[in-house]
Design a protein around this ligand. Structure first.
Ligand code: PEP
Ligand code: MN
Length: 303
């Protein structure tokens, strides 16, 4: 197909200045797959990486309890939103800079890398000092000024799929970051908007398999925001592992009934422990292993 006759697939379009099909995001550019380093953890290799923590940082005690609970399960990375892009302007908007420091404090204490959402390029200098991975939320996947700024960052970026974005648009958003000079991008499938009201979104697992074919970038799945329901997180997490995802992004809260944000989809610490146990045989069946965080390795006497 020539690009002059009909809308071209991403593979058919030339990268600016090269004159041939050479999108940086495509599998052929790095056939063995890109590995993204976040602190002492690597995504995109054989080991499957679980990132867990509260949707929103709410205070010191909540972060302490959650971080301890997450570390006890062996999950090697901590999440927590400090800048929250809420649909309602009257909903909790996050703790901002104070929240970032609370998250960073727990990361340092446990020796685990931390992930948090960036909403605006002006937050970049602060975020780069506090977090190991910069998350772009679903609402900002089309924010090209932000993507360009992240292309100039030295930090890895976790790029969520826009809730109405096609696979091609998602890969094009990643291309902005890669083209800006930052090769460390992790894609995150978090569900898309469909006609179905009984789940918060529809988790598009075929997109995960297709993006793994098309791109060399690691892909993680967020079954929490995809389903909006605690009971569905475990089955969809196992399905994500089976389909070839490189990791998970999970909401966990020690007291979900008191959560300021998204309590209905938050796993309890015991649910996360159960999930970590159930992941192992699924990963084994598809030739993968589960990345073990420092605390669990320590407890097992291996480090
Ligand atoms: C989040 O992970 O905290 C979040 C807001 O998710 P999303 O952008 O996918 O809605
Ligand atoms: Mn949320």
């Amino acid at each position: 197909m020539t690009s002059t006759q009909q809308p071209a697939a991403i593979a058919d379009r030339p990268r600016a200045g090269t004159g041939d099909a050479a999108w940086r995001v495509l599998r052929g550019e790095v056939p063995e797959g890109t590995r993204v380093r976040a602190g002492n953890v690597e995504l995109g290799g054989r080991a499957f990486v679980v990132i867990a923590g509260p949707c929103a940082v709410e205070g010191h005690q909540q972060m302490l309890d959650t971080a301890d609970a997450v570390a006890r399960t062996g999950a090697p990375m901590l999440r927590g939103g400090a800048y929250k892009p809420r649909t309602s302007p009257y909903a909790f908007q996050g703790m901002g800079e104070v929240g970032l420091h609370l998250l960073a404090e727990q990361g340092r204490r446990l020796g685990v890398p931390v992930v948090s959402e960036i909403m605006d390029a002006s937050q970049l200098p602060l975020m780069e000092t506090c977090v190991d991975v910069l998350q772009v939320g679903t609402r900002n996947m089309h924010n090209y000024a932000l993507l360009r700024a992240l292309g100039r960052s030295k930090r890895p970026v976790l790029l969520k799929r826009g809730f109405s974005a096609t696979i091609q648009e998602w890969l094009q958003a990643a291309e902005y970051i890669l083209d800006g000079g930052n090769p460390q991008v992790i894609l995150c499938e978090r569900g898309i908007r469909t006609f179905e009201p009984d789940t918060r979104n529809t988790l598009d697992l075929s997109a995960v398999a297709l993006v793994k074919e098309r791109s060399h970038l690691p892909v993680v799945v967020d079954p929490s925001h995809a389903t909006g329901r605690r009971s569905l997180v475990l089955p969809m997490a196992l399905a994500a592992a089976a389909v070839g995802a490189d990791g998970l992004l999970l909401d966990v809260h020690p007291r979900p009934d008191q959560a300021q944000c998204d309590g209905a989809q938050a796993l309890l610490p015991d649910d996360l422990a159960e999930l970590m146990t159930k992941l192992e045989p699924v990963l084994h069946a598809v030739g993968r292993t589960l990345w073990q965080g420092p605390k669990r390795a320590h407890a097992a006497g291996t480090r």
